[in-house]
Design a protein around this ligand. Structure first.
Ligand code: 3Y8
Ligand code: NAP
Length: 248
């Protein structure tokens, strides 16, 4: 057995630690989105594979028998490529995907399907807006320059931002409720834009918004083709362990 973890999330890191402890032969893969990704206790590769065919070639060349897609619910292209490449090479595929956050009666969510709809959901008049969606999807907000934007990136911006006067917080998380409350109060944040990532590492801002009674424009997840999925590391280990006990 040889496993490939498509990583880049907190869940992927905890899976890597468990797989390393179990002594399973595995490789961890980052997309190369951040300057200094967290160290992993497994051999690690960084960067794209070169589309579906690039990934299929990698699986064959490296003798990968099991792929765990532990990327992010919004890493849709990677997940789609993994489904196609694993079908092409008859490689076993399992997704480790956290459940979406559920709206509670105290939450003021405006659910939208994509970033452009999120921009349209903002008020017309100037407001203090916290964009907690990383750096890749900021450009559409340039059509609403009247707002005072607070952005949060993992790494410092390396080019001019399409939002004049936006303020950037550089932090990789995970974030705590107290820090989020303090930041939102200090900046008098009135609107939050978030993606329904799920998991614990980014949920503090959602809890803070609820506490402060602030509206959250919540971008729902992109649709993905059917694939086997679990929500816990232990279920992944069962899936792997099940195969090894059958002598794969
Ligand atoms: C490179 C690996 C850990 C992992 C930390 C988790 C939690 C904090 C919440 C906010 C939302 C956002 C963003 C976010 C969270 C954890 C976790 C999580 C959201 C790292 C990481 C990589 C990335 C890529 C990065 C994206 C961006 C998204 C920032 C490492 C730190 C907004 C997702 O600057 C960029 O280009 C950043 C790009 C993809 C989304 C985007 O589209 O901009 N994640 N995040 C992965 C790779 O190269 O393969 O650097 O160590 C992982 C983490 N991000 O160790 O605890 O549960 O995973 N990451 C979102 O929309 O929710 C932040 O600010 O509140
Ligand atoms: P994406 O748009 O779905 O992927 C775009 C391309 O990036 C993929 O087709 C692939 O390139 C490459 N890629 C993405 N993830 C990869 C990985 N783990 N290993 C190797 N190549 C990868 O992905 P994204 O939304 O930009 O996410 C990129 C990375 O950031 C992923 O690792 C994802 O897990 C992580 N992320 C984390 C969070 C979070 O909240 N923790 C949020 C978003 C993304 P090729 O086609 O060339 O193979």
């Amino acid at each position: 057995m040889r496993a490939l973890i498509l990583g880049g999330t907190a869940d992927a890191s905890s899976l890597a630690a468990t797989i390393a402890r179990a002594g399973i032969d595995a490789v961890y893969s980052y997309g190369g989105r951040t300057a200094a990704p967290a160290e992993q206790p497994l051999p690690t590769r960084i960067g794209g594979f070169g589309g579906v065919n690039g990934l299929a070639d990698y699986l064959r060349r490296e003798g990968i028998t099991h792929v765990i897609d532990a990327t992010h619910p919004f890493a849709a292209e990677m997940s789609r490529n993994a489904i196609a490449a694993c079908a092409q090479t008859a490689t076993s595929l399992l997704a480790l995907e956290r459940a979406p956050w559920d709206k509670t009666s105290d939450d003021r969510w405006i659910e939208v399907a994509d970033v452009v709809s999120a921009v349209a959901a903002l008020p017309d008049s100037r407001a203090n807006v916290f964009l907690a969606i990383g750096r890749q999807h900021i450009a559409p907000f340039g059509s609403q320059p009247q707002h005072a934007y607070t952005l949060r990136f993992v790494d410092p911006p390396d080019e001019r931002l399409p939002l004049p006067g936006a303020d950037v917080i550089v932090s990789r998380g995970p974030f705590t409720l107290d820090n989020e409350l303090e930041m939102m109060r200090a900046r008098r944040i009135a609107w939050i834009v978030a993606r329904n990532s799920g998991g614990g590492g980014a949920r503090a801002k959602i809890d803070a918004a609820r506490t402060l009674g602030l509206p959250v424009i919540m971008i729902t997840r992109p649709p993905l083709p059917e694939r086997q999925r679990v929500e816990s590391v232990s279920e992944v280990m069962e899936w792997l362990g099940h195969r090894t006990c059958l002598g794969a």
